[in-house]
Design a protein around this ligand. Sequence first.
Ligand code: F0G
Length: 396
Amino acid sequence: MKCLNCGYESEIDQNQILCPKCGGLLEIIVEPPRDFSFKNLQGKGVWRYKDLIPGEYKTLVSINEGGTPLIQSTNINRNLYFKFEGLNPTGSFKDRGMTVAVSSAVSLNYRTVIAASTGNTAASAAAYASRAGIKSFIVLPKGKVAIGKLAQSILYGAIILEVDGSFDVAMEAVMRLYRDLRIVYPLNSFNPWRLEGQKTIAFEIVEEIGVPENVIVPVGNAGNIYAIWKGFNELLKTGEIDKVPRMIGVQAEGASPIASAIIKGKDEPEFTDNPDTLATAIRIGKPVNWKKAFKAIKSSNGSAIIVSDSEILESQKDLARKEGIGAEPASSAALAGYYKALNEGIVNKDEKTISILTGHSLKDPDSMAKAPSKRILVNPYYIEKIITGEINGFNS
Ligand code: F0G
């Protein structure tokens, strides 16, 4: 393990979440087994790749996460693929990380877990804690969590703590709690063990279609883009692949501390105290994993893109109406980012490109209902007349 802040190095230690020397974020450096080969793997989902996931696990807390479909676009561009993470057990990619982190928590004898969240981490943490038979506390920005996600956390039985302020305020509180009082296990992505599960997105892509040219990821707290890049890098070490795709991070206009800085060529993010976007999942002003995201984007020769809320909603509609895929707004940013990358010449339409659709549309019914609709209150008698065109104006 290596600290990104002070350079501290140690053997892999499952008890370490933050650097014991300076409190900075740790990277887990995996040396894959010499004889690693996809051909020898068994099973489906995250734990299919257990040879590349360090740590010792007394039990695996799993709800059969991962193994999500890679869906080729038919109507936008045949070279574009969607990795539909919305089909995980709680409807987002978070489940991949949660199975590893909660299994770790249980193996280390923790009985309580905690996570700050814009909604998806909370739903996932609550579900996996219930599966493990342990207690979960989640800390949410009050009034800023999509109703589907809040309802999930209620259903799974988490203890919900709401703070006045953004996700960043909730995140700071959880980090402080972990630093000061180590009696609860933190399930946020500053915990590097969670990212060990999320990196399997890269493994599944490669097993299915090899290495794409570009991978486009919506960025919030900035753990996932790094996790996916890490996965590709580990496959490079095994010799299964010979290059890493360009990692392209997308942020929303009102919450773009990383993308703004990268576009301007800066080495540090432009933090904001008042992030704002209708893509509430990525409404984050101070991403804790920014150093990891910078590393993934820069070392893969990647890029960063900023999209507006209206571009996000337009892309959400395109995904649904051109491809039949329902994704939540933050996930739709991965398509909005693809459109922009094409326009700006960052991506070529002939290049194989993957958009990571991080969460399901049902998470955020309010945003779906904002799409323009053809919805008519009818007397049943008129239905035939509308369909046959006898009453004009509806059948187009
Ligand atoms: N997409 C969705 C649907 C998310 O829920 C998140 C993060 C992201 C993208 C960004 O991923 O943080 O790794 O850069 N949601 C977190 C949460 C913050 O609390 O659910 P990231």
